[in-house]
Design a protein around this ligand. Structure first.
Ligand code: PEP
Ligand code: MN
Length: 341
């Protein structure tokens, strides 16, 4: 950490900064400048709160030199994290991992038909929410435990891995009993109590980026899960808040940026990132080309009748076409996509 002093800072202001550093058990090193002085803190392991210094008289700025997260950082672990499932699939290795399915579990017929359709297209896992975080309290909130039971039966019948969301701490343990991957949604990305619980869940966690979260925020949230003992975190770029006309902006840059900062795998969600069916395939292809480890795509057998996110859900036939295109892109960048059964 570097404490930059104002150009008119007095000797007493300087001495106060140095005294605080010493009292906290660190060494200080003053770097004189033509216009202003700066004081470097030597030995800070990242736990020091910048606010201790930024409010002191004579302080212009506090600059972080090292990153605030540790276990999720590339420096902590050189080789990429590969999340492995007992069934043999993995996320983060050369093979891409595609998750597809409806936004919500709606009925037995809907979830079974969609699961069979996405399996035919060659995806590894089914996504579908039983507990839905809806912007309006009057919108469909999900089937709850009944939805989880349906997902357990779908897995039994199809062999697909199940990715489904946990909304709260008590619900997380129930979700973790059924899910192969516990999803934490954009709105809960900074629900720190939920993240800690997910850190003890014993299942991989899919952590979606908050709609207004920086990459540092995202990685610090992942750090919560790792620091509780769960190394199996998969990040997900799902678009950030845009202007009214384009509700969300797909932050494609986030994919290579996260890869350079962290060893954790990252998926892209082109469905929530675009909000429109017509835009989903292009965003999906771009994400894979940009280095994503896979995708989370909304697919519905009858999107017009969907209880949530129908407008961004692909028809199963569109998913099949897209999977073929992704196979070509994967081959071009030295990756692979499992072939349809
Ligand atoms: C979802 O995956 O259906 C969902 C609610 O996503 P997000 O949390 O990214 O909005
Ligand atoms: Mn959705």
């Amino acid at each position: 950490m570097l404490i930059v002093l104002r150009s008119d800072a007095s000797a007493a202001d300087h001495a106060r900064v140095v005294a605080l550093i010493t009292s906290l058990g660190f060494q200080s090193h003053t770097i004189p400048g033509a216009q202003r002085n700066a004081v470097a803190i030597v030995g800070n392991d990242g736990r020091l709160d910048a606010a201790r210094f930024s409010a002191l008289p004579g302080v212009e700025d506090v600059i972080h030199i090292s990153r605030p997260y540790r276990m999720v950082a590339r420096e902590w672990r050189r080789e990429p994290t590969v999340v492995r499932f007992p069934s043999g699939e993995s996320i983060g290795a050369d093979a891409l991992f595609v998750v597809a399915g409806p936004c919500s579990v709606e009925t037995e017929a809907q979830i079974f038909a969609t699961a069979r359709a996405v399996k035919r297209a060659g995806v590894s896992a089914l996504r579908a929410g039983a507990f839905k975080p809806r912007t309006s309290p009057y919108a469909f909130q999900g089937l709850g435990l009944a939805g989880l039971e349906l997902l357990a039966r779908v897995r039994e019948e199809t062999g697909l891995l199940i990715v489904t969301e946990a909304l709260d701490e008590e619900g997380l343990d129930r979700v973790a009993e059924v899910a192969d991957v516990v999803q934490i949604g954009a709105r809960n990305m900074q629900n720190f109590a939920l993240l800690k619980r997910a850190g003890r869940a014993g299942k991989p966690v899919l952590l979606k980026r908050g709609m207004a979260a920086s990459l540092t925020d995202l990685l610090l949230s992942a750090e919560y899960v790792l620091s509780e003992g769960n190394p199996n975190v998969i990040l997900c770029e799902r678009g950030v808040r845009g202007l009214e006309a384009s509700r969300t902006l797909f932050d494609l840059n986030a994919i290579p940026a996260v890869k350079s900062l962290s060893h954790l795998p990252i998926l892209a969600d082109p469905s929530h990132a675009t909000g429109k069916r017509a835009l989903v395939p292009a965003a999906a292809r771009a994400a894979i080309a940009a280095g994503a480890d896979g995708l989370l795509i909304e697919v519905h057998v009858q999107p017009d009748a969907a209880l949530s996110d129908g407008a961004q859900s692909l028809y199963p036939e569109q998913l099949e076409v897209l999977m073929g295109e992704l196979r070509g892109i994967a081959a071009a960048i030295g990756r692979s996509l499992p072939t349809a059964p």
